[in-house]
Write a protein of this length. Sequence first.
Length: 404
Amino acid sequence: MDESETPLTALVPAIADRMPELLDEVRAALADDWPDYASFLAENHLEVAVAADAALRRLVELAEAADEEGGGERELFEEIGRLQWQQGRDLTHLMSAYQMGARVFWHHVSAVAVDHGIAPRAIAALAEAVFLFVDRLSSSSARGYVLAQSEAAANRGRLRDELVALLLSDRADRNAVDAAANRADWRVPAELAVVLVGPDNPIAHRALARMDSTHLVFHRPPLLGAIIASPSSPGRRSRLSRALRGAEAVVGFAVSPERLPASLHVAEIAARLQHNGVLTDDPVFTDEHLDAIIVHRDARMLEVLRGQTLAPLDGQSPASRERLCETLAAWLWHMGDRQAIAADLHVHPQTVRYRLARLHELFGEQLDDPGTRARLSLALGWGAPQEPGGRPAARTSEARGRAR
């Protein structure tokens, strides 16, 4: 700098003298659009004046030294950004307030600089320093805002995970659930249901991502799903049906919060039956398949029952066994009506007559026993029986439909 030029530091006392007027002007400019900020300036006048004086000196340092590292203002304005998030305010409002303050500040600073004969080159450096300073303040506040937002989201996610764990445990009481829900900022509805989806299904992941905050999404390997609020509310089932289509989804029945583990248990059984091809709806609503779920809740016991009741068919070829099983299931379902059986199986009534004769030949008087017929209904009415050797016998879509 030329020795004849007035140093920028000479501006500090003159601008400091104008600081009360400057701050009043900033407050007035903010009053219409951002009254909260204007009130803050009025209520914290002394603290703001001290901060403004420090900012002025920092600007002069920037203009003279082009300091690129920044100073202690970064932490201060990060904290301002954090407070902006914590108080539920929009970050863009804070950025706009900074710009407004910078314009008023520069108006006064440039006027003083001209009055003191500051060289144009120095004024340009000072202007650049103002823009740089505001940019740094904005960046620091934005960083603080985003950090606070991320921390709040992480904490909220942790608290919601704790709530999910409590709801799905069999040790939760209503007081504990209410306390955990309050910490997670989640309202506990009167009814809940568990939804399970295919953990490796991209459609399932997208469906969960679209769920709003009234539902609790969880990932508890190998389970992936959500706790659905108010599943019995009007229109909820149809919305769930659309949202979960293609997601390999199972929707548990609606229960009170303290009974949610029961909904999960039933949904897990239904998910297994879906995987095995017994339940084929998309999605599966468990309250529509409680009969199949009850029968299949213990697969080993069901296979023992099938082994006992279908033993007369063990000597048949796989193809013959399949035909006789589906005919026997239709006979039980239609209570012996041969015309209905023929229509169901898409065969001629004479074919039905032949197959029924063969079944009576193999089973003998057992088919006349009500207890045997009841056990056969359990064995054949809900899903495919196993062939000797463990391979599931094929079932027609009509037979699967009868199981519903």
